[in-house]
Design a protein around this ligand. Structure first.
Ligand code: FES
Ligand SMILES: [Fe+2]
Length: 346
């Protein structure tokens, strides 16, 4: 496989650029199909043949035609310009009208990107330094759960601000007033922050479900909820009751560029009385307006930062994670330990 030198020019930290990222859901790249995605500034042509998924940098090495405009032919990705064909490992396997020597297959190769398919998602890594496998928390694969994926194209805004949004409980009473919580009818909660070094968790100890519509329909009881940040781009949010897990949302924010990202969310909930399709329907119905609110908020926030040239944030008393998310995003580890719990009204 030809590993690529960095060809994009984003300001994303190396820790982000070099990680595994979800590029697409498996169902978005069917057999014989090609899909163009941009991950950390690098355009990629994803394609699937009978053996699996291939990922090539979206630039034909011959005359720089976009490979994603091509077709899957005889198991390879064929460039539409002169018909050069590339295997999943990037090797050039055919040049119409010419005979190809073995030496030419690698000299004329397209740049291949590491690719791996897990739990219905296609992950790519732009660097050799990423681990052998995408590191994934176990809930994604729990056999006693119903799972489904939700993806909504490419959003305007910074992937990091999306991570912060999901880890921030205070906006839920205001931006999501009526859907998740209520601006005036706030509930007492204890917010407990702990880090093990590479990840940070905020546990929200709250014995009654939220007063918003969503919880009233989807939750009967609650002991606590917790959001855990697995840098650089995964936040796992869990809602727990005395019976155990109620719902887990694993939200992945793949940066496309410095100011756009693709959100992918996997919803996991234990098999109980209601069938999986009904839970999926209910979650999609209630979460759609909430997701639209977050999407608009991130785009508006980004537009202001662009107008003023850069972000300039102050940290208030509710921002109890301080700069710790940003430090993890950049690839730093935190001092392991727990904060004194913060008692608040949400
Ligand atoms: S540009 Fe792709 S085959 Fe010539
Ligand atoms: Fe939100």
């Amino acid at each position: 496989m030809t590993m690529m030198p960095a060809i994009s020019t984003t300001a994303l930290p190396d820790a982000v650029r070099n990680a595994w990222h979800i590029a697409a859901l498996s169902r978005q790249v069917r057999r014989g199909k090609v899909r163009r995605v941009v991950v950390c500034g690098t355009p990629i042509a994803l394609f699937r043949n009978d053996d699996g998924v291939g990922a090539l940098v979206d630039r034909c090495p011959h005359r720089n035609y976009p490979l994603s405009a091509g077709r899957v032919h005889q198991g390879g990705l064929e460039c539409p310009y002169h018909g050069w064909r590339f295997a999943r490992d990037g090797a050039c396997v055919a040049i119409p009208g010419c005979t190809l020597g073995a030496e030419q297959a690698s000299r004329l190769a397209a740049q291949a990107v590491r690719v791996c398919e897990r739990h219905g998602a296609i992950f790519v890594a732009l660097s050799d330094t990423a681990p052998a496998e995408p590191p994934l928390p176990p809930t994604l694969a729990r056999a006693d759960c119903d799972h489904f994926w939700w993806q909504q194209g490419t959003w305007k805004g910074r992937a990091f601000d999306a991570v912060e949004n999901v880890m921030d409980p205070f906006h839920t009473s205001h931006l999501h007033h009526g859907f998740i919580r209520h601006r005036e009818r706030r509930l007492p909660v204890s917010l407990e922050v702990a880090s093990d070094g590479p990840t940070i968790t905020m546990t929200n100890v709250q014995t009654q479900p939220d007063v918003g519509l969503m919880s009233r329909f989807l939750e009967r009881e609650r002991t606590h909820s917790a959001s855990r940040y697995f840098p650089p781009t995964l936040v796992e949010a869990r809602w727990e009751s005395k019976r155990g897990l109620t719902l887990c949302v694993s939200a992945f924010f793949t940066p496309s560029s410095d100011d756009s990202f693709m959100p992918f969310a996997r919803f996991s909930s234990p098999h109980r009385i209601s069938p999986g399709w009904l839970k999926e329907l209910a979650i999609r119905l209630f979460l759609s307006p909430v997701i639209a609110q977050d999407r608009q908020a991130l785009a508006r926030q980004h537009a202001v930062m662009e107008e003023f040239g850069r972000p300039q944030f102050v940290t208030g008393p509710g921002d109890i994670l301080g700069n710790r998310l940003y430090r993890l995003w950049k690839g730093e580890a935190l001092e392991p330990g727990a904060d004194v719990p913060v008692v608040s009204d949400l």
